[in-house]
Design a protein around this ligand. Structure first.
Ligand code: FO1
Length: 474
């Protein structure tokens, strides 16, 4: 599939110049708009979208570089700690970046892996190498927003900076200009724009202007050594890092699992999900690319394709919308009033059991189905989508407060899942524990009006014994 995609890209667009870039994907963040006259290059500061092809931020950077006849550089700022990321996630990221470096080198584009914070590294690079224009990608999360804000303060004032949403199909700020209530309120806003945005990509081409910077080879071992992260969470085997491995997984999904996606996606015993979220999270594979490929099967597997597009585009972009417009995206203050009031009214309710973080982490609850899902996450670095809801809702039931439930669920999700620290993860926990993007349901103990899920309900949906047996959960 990777080869097929490559040919198609090159065939459709002979050069990036021939392609009209949709400027709505870009926000200029500085007053400066003109490149300084002595500019020696264009720089893309890569962060959320760690891939070469199918990346609107890099395409835009190259377009500018070609227009000005300047060399093109890409940098990535590696931080030693990042929201409790462990070696499991860092390994996935760094191995993916090795592929990025190789691919960029083949395209005559230098890749600089800078160790440290963007606020120190990027402005220094810009000043030292007379960078005339800076492009960055987009994330709705506060860490990235802060990185960007701090970096801008140190940037020479005559250098224009532009941000490109290279992650969402419809740029986050175009999809909606406000916090949306639910999938139903954003669905049409997104779907009605797909004709414009769900397009093929032009290729990033071999850059005709050679780099002028002395570029030392990257010492990847030193990069690994610079990390100050938990080394105890093991690297997973089923998902290999990088663009090519991600496309291989996509191909396997399309060939073998897509046909059953619609009927089987809520059955944790069936392997019918795309499992693309680790590659999506690190931006190693573009969501838009996957949707372009999957859409080719719209007439053959109509319901599956529809369902997958809903989950992958509408729901993911709803999660970005939530984090972008709701500063409290990972705490109870981000919940709707009805949910806050209702959860408050049930603060003192007796919990069926209370577990410590360590009991939860080590799957020591009395619920073997929950334990199985916790084992799946610990071992595989990815919990089945259906079980994620049950898992988080039970944490609400078994902890002292919704605040604690959110804290524990986000902590565990971020520690073990390869796709942790993502808008999707925060929104998943917030949906389960404080009802965001959901409605109120019949009131009951602990949950108040927040939707309830239980063991009996799961029993009616799938073979619980089989799932528990697979993970030898007791
Ligand atoms: N992005 C970076 O720019 N530098 C990092 O060192 C970095 C580490 C990292 C570790 C785990 C993980 O899940 C993501 C990580 N990211 C890193 C990517 C990060 O998710 C994106 O930059 C987001 O946009 C931040 O909100």
């Amino acid at each position: 599939l990777a080869e097929e995609i490559k040919c198609k890209r090159n065939e459709l667009f002979e050069s990036v110049n021939a392609f009209r870039f949709n400027k709505k994907r870009v926000q200029v963040l500085t007053e400066a708009r003109e490149f300084p006259e002595d500019a020696q290059g264009i720089l893309y500061w890569m962060s959320r979208d760690q891939r070469v092809q199918d990346n609107w931020a890099l395409l835009y950077a190259q377009k500018l570089a070609l227009k000005q006849n300047l060399p093109l550089y890409v940098c990535f700022c590696l931080v030693p700690t990042f929201l409790n990321a462990t070696i499991r996630q860092y390994h996935f990221m760094l191995e993916g970046l090795k592929e990025v470096q190789k691919e960029l080198t083949d395209l005559n584009i230098q890749f600089h892996l800078l160790i440290g914070l963007a606020k120190d590294q990027v402005p220094k690079f810009v000043a030292e190498h007379k960078i005339g224009g800076l492009i960055c990608d987009f994330s709705p999360l506060r860490t990235h927003k802060n990185w960007l804000q701090e970096m801008r303060k140190n940037l020479p004032s005559n250098v224009p900076l532009a941000q490109v949403d290279a992650h969402n199909v419809v740029p986050c700020w175009i999809a909606s200009d406000k916090l949306e209530y639910a999938a139903r309120t954003i669905r049409n806003k997104i779907n009605s724009k797909l004709d414009e945005y769900l397009s093929e990509f032009p290729p990033v081409i071999s850059h005709p202007v050679p780099a002028q910077i002395d570029c030392k080879p990257i010492d990847w071992d030193a990069c690994f050594k610079s990390l100050e992260c938990d080394q105890s969470v093991k690297i997973v085997k089923w998902a290999s890092p990088g663009y090519l491995a991600g496309i291989k997984n996509l191909e396997d999904f399309i060939q073998n699992r897509l046909k059953n996606y619609d009927s089987d996606r809520n059955d944790p015993n069936k392997n019918s999900l795309s499992n693309m979220s680790p590659w999506y999270h690190f931006g190693q594979v573009s969501v838009q690319r996957c949707m372009v490929e999957v859409k080719k099967y719209a007439s053959k597997f109509s319901n599956s394709v529809k369902g997958l597009m809903e989950e992958t585009i509408v729901r993911r972009e709803l999660a970005d919308n939530f984090c972008y417009y709701q500063p409290n995206y990972d705490n109870i203050n981000g919940a709707n009033e009805w949910a806050k009031i209702s959860l408050d009214a049930h603060r003192k309710d007796k919990r069926p059991a209370l577990y410590s973080l360590s009991e939860l982490e080590n799957f020591k609850t009395a619920d073997k189905l929950w334990n199985a899902s916790q084992i799946q996450m610990r071992v595989e670095g990815k919990m089945h989508g259906f079980m994620r809801m049950y898992w988080a809702k039970k944490i609400l039931e078994w902890t002292e407060s919704p605040e604690q439930a959110l804290e524990y669920s986000i902590y565990l999700n971020d520690k073990y899942n390869l796709d942790g620290r993502d808008p999707n993860g925060y929104v998943g926990c917030m949906w389960s524990i404080c009802g965001i993007h959901d409605q109120g349901w019949a009131e009951r103990a602990v949950f108040g009006k927040v939707r309830y899920m239980n063991f009996e309900g799961c029993k009616r949906k799938f073979d619980i014994e089989r799932y528990c047996l697979k993970y030898m959960a007791k």
